[in-house]
Ligand binder design. Structure first.
Ligand code: CAA
Length: 390
């Protein structure tokens, strides 16, 4: 049995309240909080990037045993910090993982971490005494005043994959699908994503419905075999738009259960925003940490991973006995309640702050005073990114 043994998330401790943002933009706040389904959005200071966030998510999980047995580090990201060097190689160094491990990034929009999880599960099936560290880490940016502004966010999810996992066993059958489309993308020359909003919603929904038909055909499983479905959540209404059509003919009892658990799975994303590759796993953590009294060992959870461009996958897992004892719910609550609510002015300043590297590749700065994270980005020296640890 192979699956997720430990799981944690990190998000920067600064956010913008979306009712305030709506008022400032002259939009009815209900559009953001009900129509889109988002309340708060994490905004990273310049001292938090894809690498430091990933290290902050993974660090609390690691014991001496993990550091000596993780032979594979995979980071799914679409907002890496270098065109060549992997985020995973920085992580290997920052976390002090033993030298004979393999470190690599995987890219396919928000699907990267799922590809990483599948690679890690296969790796551990082949090497049952070894472990893998899988991370999804991203800063989602569409730009100030853009149509996607309210669906931005920042954060990372880290997971340790092992034999005899303490949280969830990943089952063997999954179904993936690829279609080369332009619903959301970011050319190399652009710092913000380009999106065809309506088309991206339609693509997401049709990928889910086509995959569900194929998945149920291949496995003979029906919705009654599931206790919950977790979705990639660019915003919390998105997954529900995909889920509702397949629930139409479902018996009320099962429909109510799946909708109730869907709500639990959205709590964290509603207050953090879109974290791209980590989003599906943030939704899973939200579910198991908020619905834990109604979920029990052997319950089957469905996962829908969607990465624009586009690749998607439905896979499943079964919760294992004692999973509740391995959750970091109290730490997550503390992280979210101790955040700083930014004014519109501070949000704008933070959002637009950039490195100003001189001709020798230098720009070093102090950790932002709002940022109390363990790992932080210090700037560049001789074109090399440097990180600090508190
Ligand atoms: N009160 C309540 N609801 C309101 C309202 C009000 N006053 N005003 C509007 N609404 C509702 C609308 O009826 C609509 O609801 P439905 O979708 O259920 O019909 C909802 O609010 C959104 O309204 P609009 O469609 O008019 O919003 P918009 O034009 O501003 O665009 C968006 C919304 C397309 C999500 C846009 O924010 C966007 O492009 N976001 C980025 C792309 C994205 O997240 N796509 C998701 C799929 S792609 C993916 O998943 C990969 C990824 O991570 C990017």
């Amino acid at each position: 049995m192979v699956g997720i043994d430990k799981i944690n998330f990190y998000t920067p401790n600064t956010y913008i309240d979306l009712e305030e943002l709506a008022k400032h933009r002259g939009v009815d706040p209900a559009k953001f909080t009900i129509g889109i389904g988002q309340s708060k959005m994490s905004v990273p200071p310049i001292s938090q990037d894809t690498v430091s966030m990933a290290a902050n998510a993974a660090y609390p999980l690691l014991t001496e045993n993990d550091l000596n047995n993780i032979d594979l580090i995979v980071v799914g990201t679409e907002t890496g910090v270098d065109e060549s060097k992997s985020v995973a190689s920085f992580i290997h160094d920052l976390l002090d993982i033993h030298p004979f491990a393999k470190s690599v990034d995987l890219k396919q929009a928000c699907f990267g971490a799922t590809a990483g999880l599948m690679m890690a599960v296969d790796f551990v099936r082949l090497h049952p005494d070894k472990k893998a560290l899988v991370i999804g880490s991203d800063i989602s940016r569409y730009g100030l005043n853009s149509s996607g502004e309210v669906t931005q966010g920042a954060g990372s999810v880290a997971m340790i994959v092992s034999s005899n996992p303490k949280i969830i066993e990943i089952e063997e059958t999954s179904v993936s699908m690829t279609k080369s489309i332009f619903d959301f993308w970011r050319p190399n020359y652009s710092k913000t994503a380009i999106v065809d909003g309506k088309f991206s919603n339609e693509a997401y929904i049709s990928f889910f419905s086509e995959l569900w038909v194929e998945y149920s055909k291949r496995t003979n499983l029906s919705l009654e075999d599931f206790s919950a479905f977790c979705f990639h959540l660019p915003y919390t209404k998105m997954g529900k738009k995909a889920l509702l059509p397949i629930l139409e003919k479902e018996a009320p009892k099962n429909k109510d259960l799946l909708l109730e658990n869907y709500q639990y799975s959205t709590n964290y994303s509603r207050d953090i925003g879109n974290i791209y590759t980590g989003s599906l796993y943030l939704s899973f953590m939200s579910l198991i940490e908020h619905a834990s009294s109604s979920l029990t060992a052997t319950d089957r959870i469905g996962f829908f991973s969607y990465g624009s461009g586009a690749v998607a996958e439905i896979f499943t897992g079964k919760l294992v006995d004692g999973f509740k004892d391995s959750l970091l719910s109290a730490e997550h609550e503390k992280l979210l309640t101790n955040r700083i609510d930014l004014s519109i002015e501070d949000y704008t300043t933070m959002f637009t702050k950039e490195l100003s590297i001189d001709s020798d590749g230098n720009h070093l700065f102090n950790q932002d005073k709002t940022d109390n994270s363990i790992f932080f980005f210090k700037g560049t020296e001789n074109h090399q990114r440097l990180y600090g640890k508190n």
